[in-house]
Ligand binder design. Structure first.
Ligand SMILES: [Zn+2]
Length: 320
């Protein structure tokens, strides 16, 4: 009897030992898993206070540089907003952050836009060369300037039927001229008669115009009224100042039916209203209801439908 009892006791002890070992192993595995989980970005981001959705969004970016930056900072939902911006560019991430920290009152869309199109700088500050290899989609403005010797090689004369001035005084690049003629005909069918007031202007032409203002009234005034040489879109041969046969007045043209027709239809022919009324701070130009730029139908339509400037389109879709 005693031996059986002793045997039973040993079995119980053995089973108990197994239970302790198995339990220990399971406990250990769980602790190890927890330890491993605490090392994950998911855990660290949740621990910083980001929501599950925000964490999923950040992890889906799959960008170590961005995640490491976010982890190095206190929780800041503005960073998430910036990352979510439609025109967010990964290459500009560090610039967005620096600009955000120096401009706390700006929204995430303003931060992304301003950095993308160099509005963190003043006009004419740290200018760059315009990329003429982009042909009809090049951008010329107060940041991207053309050289003195840039002259398009396919300029054609605008017929006197559609332009003021002496014969041969109005020139435009052929591709833009053909598009203009299509637009002219479409407008004419609706009873409008469009007339070109200004087209290609050489670097020297612009230099004369700008320097006249500068010499008489100073640089500040000159900059408010004319583009500096090299920064005028008219040097591309792709910009046209379009008025009507009955109105060439810069102050009142915007009120005419022709101006309204152009605004609503020009994109169908590849032209954009380059300096809109509500984009003055972005373009650096006062509203010019007459100044149209040829960029091609697809781009013009995108810009028209998304209500953005050419600066914004260029930065996101065309610039390296
Ligand atoms: Zn113009």
């Amino acid at each position: 009897m005693a031996t059986r009892k002793k045997l039973k006791k040993e079995v119980y002890l053995f089973i108990g030992l197994i239970i302790v070992i198995v339990g220990g192993v399971i406990f250990g595995i769980n602790k190890f898993k927890e330890y491993q989980y605490h090392k994950t970005n998911e855990y660290k981001l949740l621990n910083l206070g980001y929501s599950n959705d925000e964490v999923d969004f950040l992890l889906d970016l799959n960008d170590d540089e961005i995640i490491n930056y976010v982890l190095s900072q206190e929780k800041n939902s503005k960073i998430i907003n910036i990352l979510n911006e439609k025109y967010f560019l990964t290459k500009n991430f560090n610039l967005y952050i620096e600009y955000m920290n120096n401009n706390k009152d700006l929204s995430s869309s303003e931060i992304v836009r301003n950095i993308n199109i160099h509005l963190d700088k003043n006009f004419y500050e740290d200018t760059e060369k315009a990329n003429t290899t982009l042909d009809t989609t090049l951008l010329v403005n107060k940041h991207y300037l053309l050289d003195k010797d840039y002259i398009p090689d396919d300029l054609v004369n605008v017929s006197q039927n559609y332009a003021w001035g002496e014969v041969g005084s109005q020139k435009v690049r052929e591709v833009a001229y053909n598009a203009f003629l299509d637009m002219w005909n479409a407008a004419n069918e609706e009873g409008y008669y469009l007339m070109i007031n200004s087209s290609y202007r050489s670097y020297e032409d612009q230099e004369i115009v700008y320097n006249n203002y500068k010499n008489s009234s100073g640089e500040r005034f000159a900059d408010s009224i004319a583009a500096r040489p090299g920064s005028s879109e008219h040097q591309t041969g792709l910009a046209l100042d379009i008025f009507s046969k009955t109105n060439t007045n810069k102050n009142t043209f915007s009120q005419t039916d022709e101006a309204k027709w152009l605004k609503e239809n020009a994109h169908n022919f590849g032209f954009i209203l380059r300096y809109p009324e509500d984009k003055v701070d972005i373009t650096g130009y006062s509203f010019e209801s007459w100044h149209y730029r040829y960029v091609g139908k697809d781009i013009a339509t995108y810009i028209y439908e998304n209500d953005i400037t050419y600066e914004e389109y260029y930065a996101y879709f065309l610039e390296d």
